[in-house]
Design a protein around this ligand. Structure first.
Ligand SMILES: NC(=O)c1ccc[n+]([C@@H]2O[C@H](COP(=O)([O-])OP(=O)(O)OC[C@H]3O[C@@H](n4cnc5c(N)ncnc54)[C@H](O)[C@@H]3O)[C@@H](O)[C@H]2O)c1
Length: 251
């Protein structure tokens, strides 16, 4: 078990964020579970408490500057200053370029990039003060290019540049910054993809699994395990890295 810290996980009501929040709680951290609606975040927070952990549900839109400032201050007051941050909140608005609306482009960049920027900027004050911190950003294999995802691929590639730059700026204060780039993971996000293209989710899962060297799709806990490593005490000499967690080589 690592030293107990306060961890903040965005988009943690479900999927990868929920698995990560639960994993960080098992690692011994107090966990702030942030999502758009406090009542949705409470589901994950309640599960952590039922497992004997300490969790706080927080409702905030990561793209809203004032809401982020209030949320981070609330976490600091209630659970203690957050020094572990996982920027996980995300949305998809897929379409081919010629059909992609400006709103769909802007919305995706707003949640992933502006969101990670706003939350990281608010949390770094606590990390710098503590002279210790861990930031883990969720990128994606889509950063390498993916049909129908000009907005999402740009955001996820942007997360990698953001990660490397924060690693340089915050390293002198004992803060490491890394990215995890998952391949296809079974969550509500990928279920919605199946619905959008009109394919049964089970068929999409089977097709995706066939294309992966380890012959299965990812599960939220696969990603949570990688985040847990980057967040650990012993990962202190690893910074500015992008780890593809995709059942085979990428990047
Ligand atoms: N599922 C995959 O295959 C996959 C692959 C690569 C990367 N990712 C990335 O992993 C992260 C989690 O994905 P997931 O599959 O668990 O998605 P998901 O849709 O199941 O969960 C995303 C969560 O983020 C929350 N959220 C969305 N907008 C928000 C906002 N503005 N403020 C606060 N919370 C917000 C949602 O309410 C939801 O609870 C995302 O960044 C996603 O892009 C997912």
């Amino acid at each position: 078990m690592t030293d107990a810290r306060t961890a903040l996980v965005t988009g943690a009501a479900r999927g990868i964020g929920a698995a990560t929040a639960r994993r960080l709680a098992r690692d011994g951290h107090r966990v702030a579970v942030l999502d758009l609606r406090e009542e949705d975040a409470e589901t994950t927070a309640a599960a952590i408490r039922a497992d004997g952990g300490d969790a706080l549900a927080v409702g905030a839109d990561v793209g809203d500057e004032d809401a982020v400032a209030q949320a981070v201050a609330h976490v600091a007051r209630t659970l203690g200053p957050p020094t572990v941050l996982v920027n996980n909140a995300g949305i998809l608005r897929d379409n081919l370029l010629f059909k992609m609306s400006t709103a769909d482009f802007d919305d995706v960049l707003r949640v992933h990039l502006r969101g990670a920027f706003l939350v990281s900027r608010a949390v770094q004050a606590h990390q710098v003060e503590a002279r210790w911190g861990r930031v883990v950003n969720l990128s994606s294999t889509s950063a390498l290019g993916n049909r129908g995802q000009a907005n999402y691929a740009a955001a996820k590639a942007g997360m990698q540049g953001f990660t490397k730059t924060l690693a340089i700026e915050l390293g002198p204060f004992g803060v490491t910054v890394n990215a995890v780039a998952p391949g296809f993971v079974e969550t509500e996000m990928t279920r919605a993809v199946a619905e959008r293209v009109g394919v049964p989710f089970e068929d999409l899962l089977a097709a995706e699994a066939k294309a992966v060297p380890v012959r299965r799709v990812g599960q939220p806990d696969d990603i949570a395990a990688a985040v847990s490593f980057f967040a650990s005490e012993e990962a202190g000499f690893v910074s500015g890295q992008v780890l593809y967690v995709a059942g085979g080589p990428r990047g």
